[in-house]
Design a protein around this ligand. Structure first.
Ligand code: PBG
Length: 325
């Protein structure tokens, strides 16, 4: 008779209770952040076709949805704005009555004591060309001219009450410039969540519908090339030195190795963004009956957590928070 098996890992898989007890990775609602969209000039929430279940909110429905999310137990909210008018420099982004700044103030009034309110520190929703920055006379994204606008944008969002600003534009120096501007404006308590490794990904497609993006072309001159993992660590070093409080990897499920690398290289909290295309792929396959939706959601969020993210921005935040009660 064989003396094997000498060890029986299956013992710990025998019952649901046992599996639950020995689980190495748990999804904690407190680490889930719900991205939300608020759109200027609409009277009813508008569905986003490529993201079933996600809407562009009115200011009123935004407040209601935020209260529900906080009730469900999510850890934070990340707000994006969709303005009625756009221009070349994205001026609505810095105006106190710009839709994003109004939306931040609404969230602070509604749930500001109970959760962490975050806002998108980027120009692409506000520019008529859809790029994340302003353009030079040859039509290229002008890094340093963009930084000047980002500084004003950071102050406007902090004035509106944002607890954390997340600059998603991938301009060089954006964390440093925002930190400096915030400190000079006595907003030293406002935190910065750095989009440290944001890749030029096909997974942002549905988001472009969500914010009614005017972009033609791509963002490859500022977002990272998908094959470059070491470069993420270079970006990390810069963000840490410039004063980032939290660092993020985006998208999530196709960059698990990068999440792990970043986790191992820093003591800062690490976030990951499960983006619109990751959501849309699950929804589309599930709608066809090709995958089990809820299991897929859990598996993806588990993988992202296992890779090293302690916070996840996900359009599933509320649903998963409710389910894990
Ligand atoms: C740009 C921005 C994007 C997303 C968040 N901020 C889109 C882009 O870079 O093209 C994508 C989020 C998602 O796809 O869910 N400000």
């Amino acid at each position: 008779m064989s003396q094997f098996p000498q060890s029986r890992p299956r013992r710990l898989r025998n019952t649901a209770a046992m599996r639950r007890l020995v689980a190495e990775t748990r999804i904690d609602p407190a680490g889930l952040i719900l991205p939300m969209f608020v759109r200027e000039g609409i009277t009813e929430p508008r569905p986003i076709a490529s993201m079933p279940g996600v809407v562009q909110h009115t200011r009123d429905s935004l407040r209601r949805a935020a209260a529900e999310a906080v009730d469900a137990g999510v850890g934070g909210l990340m707000l994006f704005g969709v303005p009625a008018q756009r221009d070349a420099v994205g001026s609505a982004a810095v105006r106190q009555d710009g839709i994003l700044n109004l939306g931040i103030a609404d969230l602070i009034a509604e749930v500001g004591e109970q959760t962490v309110v975050m806002s998108d520190g980027c120009l692409d929703e506000f520019t008529d060309h859809g790029h994340c920055g302003v353009l030079d006379d040859r039509g290229r994204v002008d890094n340093d001219a963009t930084l000047e606008v980002y500084a004003d944008m950071a102050i406007a969002q902090a004035d509106a009450g944002a607890h954390i600003i997340g600059p998603s534009g991938m301009m060089d120096g954006q964390i440093g410039v925002m930190r400096e501007a915030l400190d000079a404006a006595r907003h030293q308590d406002v935190s910065l969540m750095a989009y440290t490794a944001k890749y030029a990904s096909a997974l942002y497609g549905p988001f472009r519908e969500a914010v009614d993006s005017q972009l033609t072309g791509d963002r490859r001159t500022y977002q990272q090339d998908p094959g470059n993992a070491r470069e993420a660590l270079r970006e990390l070093e810069l963000d840490v030195n410039e004063g980032a409080d939290i660092v993020m990897v985006k998208p999530a499920s196709t960059y698990l190795d990068v999440i792990r690398d970043v986790r191992e290289a820093t003591h800062l909290p690490v976030a990951a963004y499960q983006v619109s295309g990751e959501y849309a792929m699950i929804e589309a396959a599930a709608a066809n009956g090709w995958i089990e939706r809820d299991r897929m959601i859990d598996e993806q969020l588990t993988a992202i957590t296992r890779a090293g993210a302690s916070m996840i921005l996900t359009y599933y935040a509320v649903e998963v928070a409710r389910r894990s009660r």
